[in-house]
Design a protein around this ligand. Structure first.
Ligand SMILES: [Zn+2]
Length: 270
């Protein structure tokens, strides 16, 4: 699943190719990808030029002359950039045709991703973006502490709650717990202010490092599409042995998500 750093990489990569391009037409091949009326989506955006791409949490916001649209890649979404002559593949569901005959195609094998019209001026204040918490580098530790401290849910689950902190997905939540030596099953109300400050700090560091790596590993887009996925240096997620103590890493489902941790380095504190 694309996480914040991958979505940021997609944003930066797409910006290099589509800023200034005018949308000549849009074809929607699978209606549910577009939230609301897909005909309205098409008619509103046709004729407008893409001016910028913003990102809030894991959402991309395409900003045009008069309107905007939001894109969430969910599990498998990605963008393919191609020329008009390449036949559509069966997973390309929305096709943005530019006036220079190039195309941006939204591909999604699992069809969970969504596109939605938005206001260019107030998209941050409207749903769904208005519900998002701050990204870790903008977070106020006291505010995050208050949100986490009142919950008995496992810290791993709280890190994934986008209304508390935006942009942390399953892989990075595992890595953040490992780097802060917090057991992912620890209830939120058992974690001190000091530890929350560490968590926010490490979250910020890990996501920033991943963005840096992503920015240097995406060299081409035409073979695999722009998914932003790249090899990050994972210490615990899907690993067998702990890089710190060489002990066995445990996999446990926490709230339905595969969680990896070292029971020796991430002891549960009472
Ligand atoms: Zn260990």
């Amino acid at each position: 699943m694309p996480e914040l750093p991958e979505v940021e990489t997609v944003r930066r990569t797409l910006k290099n190719f589509i800023i200034g391009k005018k949308i000549f037409d849009i074809q929607v091949h699978y209606d549910k990808i577009v939230e609301g009326d897909s005909h309205q989506f098409i008619e509103t955006l046709k004729g407008q030029t893409i001016r910028d791409i913003d990102r809030v949490g894991k959402y991309l916001i395409f900003i045009l002359d008069k309107d905007a649209f939001i894109s969430h890649l969910r599990m498998e979404g990605k963008y393919n950039l191609t020329d008009a002559f390449k036949p559509l593949n069966k997973h390309e569901h929305v096709n943005f045709i530019f006036s220079d005959h190039s195309e941006m195609r939204y591909q999604d094998t699992r069809k969970f991703g969504r596109l939605k019209l938005a206001s260019k001026d107030s998209y941050r204040l409207d749903l769904p973006l208005s519900k998002l918490g701050p990204e870790p580098w903008n977070a106020d530790v006291e505010q995050i502490y208050q949100s986490i401290h009142k919950s008995r849910l496992p810290i791993k689950t709280l890190l994934l709650d986008q209304t508390i902190l935006a942009g942390i997905g399953n892989i990075y939540a595992n890595e953040i717990c490992f780097r802060t030596k917090i057991n992912p099953t620890t209830p939120g109300n058992r974690i001190s202010r000091k530890r929350i400050a560490e968590l926010v700090d490490i979250s910020s560091q890990i996501l920033s490092e991943a963005i840096k790596q992503g920015g240097t590993t995406i060299h081409s887009f035409d073979s695999n599409g722009i998914s932003g996925l790249f090899q990050v240096n994972l210490q615990v997620h899907q690993q067998k042995n702990c890089p710190a103590c060489q002990g066995t890493i445990i996999k446990k489902m926490i709230n339905g998500r595969g969680s990896y941790y070292c029971p020796h380095c991430q002891k549960k504190r009472s």
